[in-house]
Design a protein around this ligand. Structure first.
Ligand SMILES: Nc1ncnc2c1ncn2[C@@H]1O[C@H](COP(=O)(O)OP(=O)(O)O)[C@@H](O)[C@H]1O
Ligand SMILES: O=P(O)(O)O[C@H]1O[C@H](CO)[C@@H](O[C@H]2O[C@H](CO)[C@@H](O)[C@H](O)[C@H]2O)[C@H](O)[C@H]1O
Length: 483
């Protein structure tokens, strides 16, 4: 087990090992309630301060804190000797510290410290403080190092100062700040050693000349004494006036309008991004051994999820069949693996005011280990993610016509194939396996974060386990059972 690692940083706070005496009781109550807290359902048994940096002059503390939990980290076995990896997950926190909190910051209060060096101070979520948010942008405008934090910029980036910050209200896996409707800074909450694909892939795509993905303008990493740097945040252009595909689909559904033209365009956008990713990063062939690995992992995830979510258990044998089919696939049916988005759904697609679709959030499924998220995979994995998303939308609107999702799924696949992607209908077994794997992931995601939504992926679980192999692409989804 790694010990507490406190890095000497630019400010005096970082050298004070008693900082946790002030913060521990406050964080114990506050951290598990955050949407982005990955270890829901298991008590926090303690904290380890991985790094602390005082961002002056605002009284803003940047912390990397490991939350120790019974059962270990949400993301699996930690790397040996890595201070950011340990028996629990490591989170990025920005804490404001003031003697008293002005009324406008009252909703951001985490608590009043009673012990240690911060005793008597109000501790609050720094991202809600415009002064602190402005300070972060200033740091990103000036490349360099402060303590363990390194700020970098894309070549030629000219980020103006003085942009007014606002916190994005969305319930997210991370936290985002918008600056003057010009830039958006995503602060990654659960951080792990290694390059985050949400920085890596948009940088690669920008170099490839792909305009479907906002190009990173600046970013921040933490360099600890050992292990790879951790990606902490990415600043990219904000697509002002854009609407995300999930909101647009729900609005269209509520009005009884057709969404197939948009679904087709989304298929085209996905194929373009896949082509650019294939050109920017190497493709690898998927022989029988790799297929075994993929199928084994899917079966294991199903079993693990059924342990956590008992309502999944009756479906395990039938769903396992969908994964077993993968092992038998001829090489030609599975094709190549390449870098993919990894968590593609309607909410990750933004429709700009001129009607073009952009794709964001290449982080992959946040609960999976980074090594897995950065691995080459069949492009059909992303296609399957979008197919699930049309199901989700149809299940969420009681007035949805039964054929709505089926028509969107068909149009999406047609757009994907027309724009140069492989025809999903010709990869039915692969799509079915990835759709099943995604639905299993969603069962766990909803059980942990939005239990009211569990009926949505469970409807897919029933459909997928009942369906015979073949033609999984165009199928009418069941309506969402009302909770
Ligand atoms: N470049 C952008 N332009 C406009 N809005 C954006 C942009 N990037 C993200 N967003 C908004 O921020 C939300 C969260 O971003 P996302 O990268 O998906 O974060 P998370 O990983 O927390 O889900 C998106 O749903 C979208 O509404
Ligand atoms: O966008 P995130 O990276 O935070 O992704 C996570 O949260 C998503 C929900 O916000 C979740 O997506 C699921 O719900 C969507 C509707 O809200 C639906 O469109 C998706 O198809 C469905 O998977 C995603 O799985 C999760 O990783």
């Amino acid at each position: 087990m790694s010990e507490a690692v406190i890095r000497p940083a630019a400010g005096y706070e970082s050298a004070r090992p008693d900082l946790l005496a002030s913060l521990d009781p406050l964080l114990r109550a506050w951290l598990p309630r955050q949407r982005w807290f990955a270890g829901k359902g298991r008590p926090v048994t303690g904290f380890t301060l991985v790094a602390a940096t005082a961002l002056r002059p605002s009284g803003l503390l940047h912390l990397l804190v490991r939350a120790e939990q019974a059962g270990g980290p949400a993301q699996g076995v930690p790397a040996q000797g890595d201070p950011a990896a340990g028996p629990g997950d490591c989170y990025q926190l920005l804490l404001g510290v003031r003697p008293t909190l002005p009324p406008q910051l009252a909703p951001a209060l985490i608590g009043h410290a009673e012990h240690g060096p911060l005793a008597g101070s109000a501790v609050y979520e720094g991202v809600h403080d415009p002064r602190a948010a402005a300070l972060l942008l200033e740091r990103l405008r000036i490349p360099g190092r402060i303590g363990v934090l390194r700020f970098e910029q894309a070549p030629g980036a000219e980020i103006p100062g003085g942009l007014t910050p606002r916190m994005l209200g969305a319930e997210q896996s991370n936290s985002s700040l918008v600056y003057g409707d010009r830039y958006i800074l995503k602060l990654i909450r659960r951080v792990v050693p290694g390059l985050n694909p949400d920085l890596e892939l948009p940088l690669l795509l920008a170099r490839e000349g792909c305009t479907r993905v906002p190009a990173p303008a600046a970013w921040c990493t933490a360099e600890l004494d050992s292990g790879e740097p951790l990606t902490l945040g990415v600043l990219q252009p904000f697509l002002a006036g854009a609407e995300d595909g999930w909101e647009l689909a729900l609005r269209t559904l509520a009005k009884g309008d057709d969404f197939t033209a948009e679904a087709y365009a989304l298929g085209e956008a996905t194929a373009e991004v896949h082509a650019a990713l294939a050109a920017a990063a190497p493709q690898v062939s998927l022989g029988p051994p790799q297929r075994e690995v993929i199928a084994d992992e899917m079966v294991q995830r199903l079993r693990d999820t059924a342990q956590d979510v008992p309502m999944l258990r009756p479906y395990v044998p039938a769903l396992t069949d969908a994964f077993e089919e993968l092992r038998q696939l001829p090489d030609a049916d599975i094709g190549f693996a390449q870098r993919v988005h990894g968590d593609l759904h309607l909410g990750q697609c933004l429709r700009a005011p001129d009607g073009t679709w952009q794709i964001i959030d290449f982080e992959g499924e946040p609960a999976r280990p980074l090594s897995e998220r950065r691995r080459e995979q069949p492009a059909m994995r992303d296609v399957a993610g979008m197919l699930r998303s049309f199901d989700y939308a149809a299940c969420s609107v009681p007035e949805a016509g039964l054929g709505w999702a089926a028509a969107c799924r068909e149009a999406y696949c047609a757009g994907y194939a027309a724009a140069g992607g492989a025809d999903p209908a010709a990869h039915a077994v692969l799509v079915r396996a990835y759709e099943t794997d995604k639905a299993v992931y969603e069962v766990l995601y909803e059980a942990r974060h939005r239990p009211d939504w569990l009926p949505v992926p469970m409807a897919a679980i029933r459909r997928l386990s009942a369906a015979a192999p073949g033609n999984p692409v165009v199928r009418t989804p069941p309506r969402r059972p009302r909770p």
